[in-house]
Design a binder for this molecule. Structure first.
Ligand SMILES: *[C@@H]1O[C@H](CO)[C@@H](O)[C@H](O)[C@H]1NC(C)=O
Ligand SMILES: *[C@@H]1O[C@H](CO)[C@@H](O)[C@H](O)[C@H]1NC(C)=O
Ligand SMILES: *[C@@H]1O[C@H](CO)[C@@H](O)[C@H](O)[C@H]1NC(C)=O
Ligand SMILES: *[C@@H]1O[C@H](CO)[C@@H](O)[C@H](O)[C@H]1NC(C)=O
Ligand SMILES: *[C@@H]1O[C@H](CO)[C@@H](O)[C@H](O)[C@H]1NC(C)=O
Ligand SMILES: *[C@@H]1O[C@H](CO)[C@@H](O)[C@H](O)[C@H]1NC(C)=O
Length: 606
């Protein structure tokens, strides 16, 4: 989301001061608790403690779930601070051979190794628990750790395989992480709200945390997947950066000068560090595609009605005209397709009223293999949304994508659709319509302040809800916009559209004022999107262009935020857009794009 508009400076500085003070208090508290880790016990709910103390205790409690033998030495943590990139060779150098081998494989391969008994589920789960524990110590991205439950789970799977001589399902033994919106039985969900600590979604004493599991988690378990941890997220899900009062600000592990994105930023960071085989996030304005792009991993955001959202926590959940969806992040396109196909095989529409009964038609997917339909595709190419131009690394990624497709004989056409500024404005209207009543209600439970990133997102002011008739009008505007966009799409005869995910590679801390614009459109239109990493920012090539004439103030601000040195090494991705409910077709098209990039990317400087 994020639409900081017309913000009086003095309001901003008040919130900044409050946020800074709170972070300071948190840090002090944390240091104290860290020095005496054994004294901590969960407070009784009657205990009256400050939100700072509650947050610090929660943070420490999570840290203490890491087994002693996986605690990294102080000098490694120090070294991590002076390395810009802690993914890849940095974290790999810390791992033993088996952990490295297992966690480096594609999830598709891992599953095959479990099926043919080259690995046990316990081996695989242990490897990812260990790697995610290292990742957490280097990057602090987990709100919940439950390795003990995961290992019990893996043992059961091994026992099942031994006694039945078969696996329990398609995802037998695959360790996954989930954004801390999903309920896992026996594990707390805070969604980053201090007031949710020791409660079920803010309610004390219901005992529901012991009973309720999100439908998505139930499906994953039925397929044999093993949830191992839950990832941090933007407070109130309202930012393109990830920050909350429990874990603080999460950096980008690929380039620690930058943000890991949001709101599913913890998941993006975990995937970049390969702390799980695949991860799950949610997206209403870019919260899956943005962290995927920023952390250099693959991401999939379906249209509304595909992946089950039932019994998951959310913010402002009564607003469903533009609805949040469950997306997937992972190390390859094949892994995302595997997950989506597996989930569809559980027939989620039988368990979640909001899901449409569209199975995965594997035969259709395979038949499309060599047909004209995928060898001669037509791609709309949108290089800029007409309001804010992407930075040089993103422009280059877009050029590379177009060139490799042309080289493969696909057609590229200039995409000049109904104004994205209009779509962004409508999207903003829906995000804003409720005045963030729910989010502020949850913050009030503990008295914690909104973090800077959330305040920036909502324009630094609380709002009164929109009157219902204005809301109806906004809905009419959205319907009209969707139809005009669809008409344009039809008139162009495109198979898919390629566009930036954001007008920059990962955003600079505090620079999240237009991060969501390119992705919000896709949620407003209810299309589906797949993020494909293309290249990384290279200061020798992606120079700052001082002669560029900005189109407006935000464009100017964005353009000037580009620093080739700071951005060096940051992942640059594109998103491939498909029409509503055409996820399967999008997967096939995205594969053509991905393969073209792997075949010819180098030729064009990827
Ligand atoms: C908890 O502390 C707050 C602030 O110090 C105080 O206003 C409130 O009355 C206390 N509540 C209880 C139950 O002690
Ligand atoms: C781990 O792998 C490296 C490189 O392949 C090898 O030299 C080393 O002996 C291995 N270590 C163990 C404990 O197997
Ligand atoms: C098991 O599957 C993996 C992945 O396909 C393969 O590399 C390995 O050789 C197989 N091992 C056996 C014993 O079949
Ligand atoms: C177990 O299954 C494999 C492959 O499905 C089969 O080749 C093997 O004979 C089975 N072993 C037993 C003991 O049934
Ligand atoms: C939310 O809305 C209710 C009903 O209008 C109101 O009483 C309450 O004060 C609002 N809460 C916040 C935090 O805005
Ligand atoms: C809704 O739109 C109609 C038509 O543009 C307009 O006449 C009416 O005043 C609007 N209603 C509200 C409450 O904004």
């Amino acid at each position: 989301m994020n639409h900081g508009r017309g913000v009086p400076d003095w309001i901003g500085s008040i919130w900044r001061t409050i946020a800074l003070l709170s972070i300071f208090q948190c840090v002090t508290c944390w240091q104290f608790l860290k020095s005496s880790p054994n004294v901590y016990q969960r407070p009784l709910s009657s205990e009256n403690i400050s939100w700072q103390e509650a947050a610090a205790r929660k943070r420490l409690e999570t840290y203490n779930k890491i087994p002693q033998q996986w605690i990294l030495p102080e000098d490694v943590l120090e070294a991590a601070k002076s390395h810009r990139k802690i993914t890849g060779s940095f974290i790999e150098a810390l791992l033993d051979n088996e952990t490295l081998k297992i966690t480096s494989l594609d999830p598709v391969d891992i599953l095959e190794h479990i099926r043919n008994r080259s690995f046990t589920s316990v081996q695989v789960t242990t490897a990812f628990c260990k790697r995610s524990a290292y990742g957490h110590q280097l990057n602090e991205n987990l709100l919940e750790i439950f390795y003990d439950l995961a290992l019990d789970n893996a043992k059961e799977l091994d026992a099942y395989q031994a006694s039945h001589n078969s696996t329990i399902g398609t995802l037998h033994g695959l360790p996954v992480t989930l954004k801390d919106q999903f309920h896992v039985k026996g594990v707390e969900t805070t969604m980053g709200y201090v007031g949710w600590i020791g409660t079920f979604e803010g309610h004390k004493g219901t005992g529901k945390e012991r009973i309720i599991e999100s439908e998505l988690v139930r499906e994953l378990r039925s397929l044999g997947a093993v949830p191992i941890a839950k990832t941090t997220l933007a407070q109130a899900l309202a930012s393109g950066e990830t920050s909350n009062n429990i874990l603080g600000y999460t950096k980008n592990p690929v380039n620690q000068e930058l943000s890991c994105g949001g709101s599913s930023g913890g998941e993006g960071a975990v995937q970049a560090l390969r702390g799980s085989a695949v991860g799950f996030g949610t997206d209403i304005g870019g919260s899956v595609v943005v962290p995927s792009a920023f952390n250099g991993v693959y991401g999939f955001k379906p249209s509304v009605g595909r992946n089950a959202y039932r019994d998951a926590a959310n913010a402002e959940r009564g607003q469903t005209v533009v609805s949040s969806v469950v997306g997937i992040l992972g190390p390859s396109l094949a892994s995302l397709k595997l997950m989506f196909r597996a989930l569809m095989s559980t027939e989620p529409w039988r368990y979640d009223h909001d899901i449409v009964p569209i199975p995965w038609y594997e035969e259709l997917y395979e038949q499309s293999e060599d047909s004209e339909a995928v060898t001669k595709l037509s791609f709309g190419i949108l290089e800029s949304d007409g309001s804010v131009s992407p930075h040089p690394p993103i422009r280059r990624a877009m050029k590379i994508a177009a060139k490799v497709l042309e080289k493969e004989g696909h057609k590229t056409i200039t995409w000049d659709p109904p104004s994205h500024a209009e779509g962004y404005d409508i999207h903003y209207g829906f995000m804003d319509a409720g005045g963030y009543n729910d989010s502020f209600t949850q913050l009030a439970l503990s008295g914690e302040p909104p973090v800077r990133e959330m305040m920036q997102d909502i324009g630094y002011r609380t709002k009164t809800p929109m009157p219902i008739l204005e809301y109806f009008n906004l809905t009419i505007r959205l319907k009209d916009y969707r139809n005009r966009y669809a008409d344009y799409w039809k008139s162009m005869g495109a198979d898919a559209v390629i566009m930036p995910v954001a007008p920059h590679a990962a955003v600079l801390p505090g620079g999240n004022y237009y991060t969501y614009a390119y992705s919000s459109i896709i949620d407003a239109l209810n299309y589906c999107s797949i993020v494909i990493p293309v290249t990384t920012a290279d200061q020798r090539v992606d120079k700052f262009d001082g002669k560029y004439k900005p189109l407006n103030d935000i464009d100017k601000k964005n353009w000037q935020a580009y620093d080739p040195d700071i951005y060096d090494g940051a992942p640059a991705a594109v998103q491939v857009i498909g029409r509503r409910l055409e996820e399967q077709r999008l997967f096939r098209i995205a594969r053509a794009v991905d393969e073209a990039l792997r075949r010819h990317g180098k030729l064009f400087g990827a």
